[in-house]
Write a protein that binds this ligand. Sequence first.
Ligand SMILES: [Zn+2]
Length: 291
Amino acid sequence: MDLKYLKMCNIDVQSYLLLKAGLKSVIRTCLPEDSVKKFQNILEKLGVKVLIKRVDLLYGEPPKNPLYNVYISLSKKLAKSAYETEISGNRLAFGKLLGYPKCCVENFIENIKEGSSLKGNPDFMIRSYKKTKTKPSFYCNSLFLFDSKLSNVELKIYLKNLSIFSKTEHLFLIKHIPCSFDCKKSIKIGRVTLKLLKEHEPSLAKEIVNAVKRQVLYFDYFRWIVCEGKINGNEMSYKKVFPYKSLLDGKFMKKLKQGNRIEIKKDKTVIMSDNKKIFELPKEGILLDFT
Ligand SMILES: [Zn+2]
């Protein structure tokens, strides 16, 4: 498979493999005007059907430069219905066409509704965490993904730091936001995706598992760290911090390297070196065990 073409077309390998295996009906991607024609030819060469529609509004405003939504499917009819369900605002039908579980799409819609009454999107990671009843599954680790998560304000931060986040944005096994980190239907999709990756892109499969099957100290979309350690309630002893970059400030990162334990307390996160406190951040983090 030619990964270069997919990358140019702004399509992730995971979605493409699911589409080709008949496990996903439609992929929707967004492309600028100058790329659209060129990529239409590439996509058709890959043996998929393509429907291209101009984007009128992006976050409620006309986009500064012309943008196009590209619906990709093995069936022309399904590409068209994805476009129709998207513009009619039928998120449930659109999510189904993208191959997302109903429970997750319904949960997403509910969160957005609640978010608009709170004037801002909720943090979907924290929402999923709160709904997790058993151990989080690494198949559901959507830490590196920003698709559909961000509010207007957050989008600006993301775009400003695109060079950082685009380096890790391919590290996922499910593309959607899971309703919980132990959502059975999401785990099933993640499993199939990993199987396909192992068959077709084994080194990418390895890279992804290496990143998502970890412990995470999470503050918000832009501030987190990925570790290797052991979580016990509100504490994590760790032996390694991975170099995946977020916007956590340098001082915190530096102290983290000197310590070996994290304690989550009310309104603060404390870094310890054995039993000595070495740093305190006035924000309460969340410890997530995706191992
Ligand atoms: Zn779900």
